[in-house]
Each structure stands twice: as structure tokens, then as C-alpha cells.
Design a protein around this ligand. Structure first.
Ligand code: SF4
Length: 447
């Protein structure tokens, strides 16, 4: 039975030192009981308490990692049903299927599409994460050949080996030995041999059932065979079934702490109609799929899915931020203009984009305002004359630029006089209110 907050509290150091980010040990214990905090946030917890609390503090959806090195992907570890309660933890993994019946030319194109899928969006690198290599031919040799081809071209991209044949699975796993691939396709007829193959190669095992009752029996069986890291498929393929099944699985694991369903789930979104495929993949991202398998990696589809995933897996309670520093836009010289703005990601990317469009190399001082936009930061007392003056002095920009002119956003024109008072020797120029007026403003200044 799950421990209560009071049970957990008894095992904590009770010093109320706040190192965990909570004001008291009791507050931290309550969050642990609700699975909204992890025990490792308390640095002083004893080994004995760690052992006793291990199960109670484990996330209800087991974390499972596949792949190796920098491209390894982590799934699961979720603790809530809704992202307004707490940030969703590990973003949905996108895997592109390559069948072993695909021609070499088509396979090479898919590999290339995945390798070139990375885009930069509001400062984050987003890409297709993995391949799913499927044994559509039913021939063990064909799957192994495909694994060799893909490994040869993209050795660092994580893979899911999909087959119901343990012999074919072992041969393909051997190609990826040490790279922690997933072996997917265990069912009630092959679970012992598939578990054995997964165990041999230390691979997570994907179990595939026709319904949730079968799925529960399979995960319990896999666990009894010593396999802890599982990916689960309850057999849903239609859009409505996927939402229903994923929701039941997530609710059972989060609300009831029902361990047999407490694993990352996989959704197969492949469709002949690629627009329908994008929609089903989007449903998977929106409703709890840890892995979504697609059949192709068109750039338009990637953009839509990456954007959706990025939005769902950012913390709605914490604005996206960029680092506080003075950024170079272009190749600014000592006499180039110096502008200031806040560190809300969208503000930074819009302002820096417009400065870039102006083709006037500039210095852009980005001040930490806890990710708030200009007006909000000003209203919250985080983008004030005193703080701006302090930031400019501490940034070191005074020794880089040869002038003493700071361009502030038009929305905070009211601060210009106060900044000049606090930044002795500086002239404050009020820039445009809207970023899209920056190119004309900067060109005029440079003329
Ligand atoms: Fe208590 Fe540990 Fe949090 Fe300190 S870090 S307040 S000891 S739970």
C-alpha cells in the first residue's frame, strides 16, 4: 500500500533546511506522497530511508531509456494526468518505421530524412528520435540485413527492433549490441523466448497485446521473467481506441498506482494517408504516448508534430527563457548599437530575428526577468531602471562598446529618464514598441 505523507515525513531528516525546494520536510513529504516530487531532491535523506521510500517515491510510470550516448531517449517517469498540475517529464519519442521489405533506396531515403530532421525552434533542437525496424517479411535474415544497413548509416540513432520471431530479434539485437535497442513484439505465444533475448542483450522489451487484460497478463509475466524495462502496446490502432486506451493506462498508473500498466506506451500511427497519420500521431503526443511510430519524416509533418510536442512538454507554470547575457547579432563592432530586452524566449527570438533582418550588426543585452515579456516584467518590478542599470554595469559591455547609448523597448519609454539617472554618462534612446519596426529603426540609426 502506498505510504501517506505522514509515513514519509517520519523517515525524512526533519531539519526543514529547504534544500529540496520546499519550506518544510512535511511539505516535501506531502509532495512525495502525491508523486509530485522525487526523493533525490533531499540530499540528506538516509540510505535506510531511501530503501524504505524507494517504492513509494518511484514514479508511477516507470522510466525506461533506450539507445546510447547523447542520442539516448528516456520515456515514462510521468507523475500527473494533466500538464497544468505539473510538467510532463519525458517528451514523446518519434520513431520512423523502416520495413525489411523496403528497397535499399527507400530505406536510405528514410535514414537520410531522419538524420536531417533536426530543426531549431525557440532555442531547442527538435528531431526525429529513433527508427523502428520491422520484420514485415517474416524472414530473420531480412531484418538482420536491414539492421546492418541502418546501423552502418546511423549508428547513434536509437532503434526499436520489431518482430514476433525471437530468432530474428536476436540477430538484429546483436547488430546493435551495446546500443540498448528495444526488442518489440513479445506476446502470449513468445514471451519466454523474447524475454530471454531481451535479457541477453540488456534490451527493454516491448509487449504487444490485443486488449488491456492481455496486456496486464503480459507485463506481469515479463516481470516474473526478470524483465523490468517494458514498453506496452494494448493493441489500439484506431484514433478513438488510442485515446481511450492511453487514458485508461495513464489513469490506472497515476491514480491507482497500478504497476502492471505503469510503463511507457507505444502508439502506431502509420497510415496510407499521411495527413491522417499526422493527426493520429498528434493524438498520441496529446494523450500520453511515450513513443509514436510514423511511416515517414516529411518536413511539414515534422514541424507540426515537433511544435505540438514542444508545447505539451514545456512547463506551463514556467515561461521559456534564454540565458542572460549580451548576444552578438551579426558581427557587431565597438560602435554598433546596443539594445536591451528581457529573457522571455519568444521576446528574444522575435527581437533578435528582427535585428538580424535589419542587417545592422548589433549588441543585444538580454536581461534575466524570470522569462517574462517586457511589459509583464516591467509591471512585476523585474525590468526597472535600477535593475537595468545594474545589469548593464555588471555585463561588462561598457568595456566592449565605444559609445554610451542604450536602446530600450518602446513599451518602457517611461523608464528612459530614470535609467539615465542611474547609468551615469549614458544616453537612453527609446526604440520602437513593436519588434517588426526594428529594421527601419536600426537602418535609420546606421545611416
Ligand atoms: Fe527536509 Fe530534506 Fe527538504 Fe531539508 S531537503 S527540508 S531535510 S526534506
Amino acid at each position: 500500500m502506498a505510504l501517506t505523507g505522514v509515513d514519509i515525513f517520519k523517515l525524512l531528516p526533519k531539519t526543514n533546511c529547504k534544500k529540496c525546494g520546499y519550506p518544510t520536510c512535511l511539505a516535501f513529504a506531502m509532495k512525495l506522497a502525491q508523486r509530485q516530487a522525487s526523493l533525490d531532491k533531499c540530499p540528506d535523506v538516509s540510505e535506510e530511508a531511501k530503501r524504505l521510500l524507494g517504492e513509494a517515491s518511484a514514479p508511477p510510470v516507470r522510466p525506461v531509456t533506450f539507445g546510447a550516448g547523447e542520442r539516448a531517449v528516456k520515456m515514462g517517469e510521468e507523475t500527473v494526468l494533466f500538464r497544468h498540475e505539473k510538467r510532463f517529464v519525458n517528451p514523446t519519442v518519434f520513431a520512423v518505421e523502416i520495413k525489411d521489405t523496403t528497397t535499399e533506396g527507400e530505406a536510405l531515403k528514410l535514414i537520410n530524412d531522419v538524420l536531417s530532421s533536426e530543426i531549431d525552434r525557440v532555442g531547442q533542437k527538435l528531431k526525429i528520435d529513433a527508427f523502428l525496424l520491422s520484420n514485415a517479411s517474416g524472414e530473420p535474415g531480412a531484418l538482420e540485413s536491414l539492421a546492418r544497413l541502418v546501423f552502418g548509416k546511423a549508428p547513434d540513432v536509437p532503434v526499436i527492433i520489431s518482430t514476433a520471431d525471437p530468432v530474428a530479434g536476436e540477430a538484429a539485437l546483436a547488430v546493435y549490441n551495446g546500443k540498448r535497442p528495444v526488442l518489440f513484439g513479445a506476446n502470449s505465444g513468445n514471451i519466454e523466448k523474447m524475454a530471454q533475448a531481451a535479457g541477453t542483450f540488456k534490451a527493454p522489451l516491448g509487449v504487444s497485446a490485443g486488449n488491456l487484460d492481455e496486456l496486464i497478463a503480459l507485463t506481469e509475466k515479463a516481470k516474473s521473467l526478470g524483465i523490468e524495462d517494458l514498453i506496452i502496446d494494448g493493441g489500439a490502432r484506431k484514433a478513438g481506441q488510442i485515446i481511450e486506451q492511453n487514458t485508461i493506462v495513464r489513469r490506472a498508473s497515476i491514480k491507482k498506482n497500478f504497476k502492471p500498466l505503469g510503463y511507457p506506451s507505444i502508439t502506431f500511427a502509420q497510415r496510407d494517408d499521411v495527413i491522417l497519420e499526422a493527426l493520429v500521431a498528434g493524438l498520441g503526443v496529446s494523450k500520453y504516448s511515450s513513443v509514436v511510430v510514423v511511416s515517414s519524416a516529411e518536413k511539414w509533418k515534422n514541424l507540426a508534430l515537433f511544435t505540438l510536442r514542444q508545447n505539451i512538454y514545456t512547463d506551463p507554470q514556467v515561461p521559456m527563457q534564454v540565458e542572460q547575457k549580451v548576444y552578438k547579432i551579426g558581427e557587431p563592432q565597438a560602435g554598433s548599437p546596443l539594445l536591451i530586452t528581457t529573457n522571455f524566449s519568444l521576446t528574444y527570438f522575435i527581437v533578435s530575428g528582427e535585428v538580424e533582418n535589419s542587417k545592422v550588426p548589433s549588441w543585444l543585452a538580454v536581461m534575466d526577468c524570470e522569462g517574462l515579456s517586457v511589459l509583464t516584467a516591467w509591471a512585476a518590478g523585474k525590468f526597472t531602471a535600477g535593475k537595468i542599470a545594474q545589469f548593464i554595469k555588471e555585463s561588462g559591455i561598457e568595456s566592449t562598446v565605444s559609445h554610451r547609448e542604450l536602446v530600450i523597448p518602446g513599451y518602457v519609454a517611461i523608464l528612459s529618464g530614470a535609467i539615465e539617472e542611474k547609468l551615469e554618462g549614458w544616453k537612453v534612446t527609446v526604440g520602437p514598441r513593436e519588434a517588426n519596426a526594428l529594421p527601419a529603426f536600426l537602418k535609420t540609426k546606421a545611416a
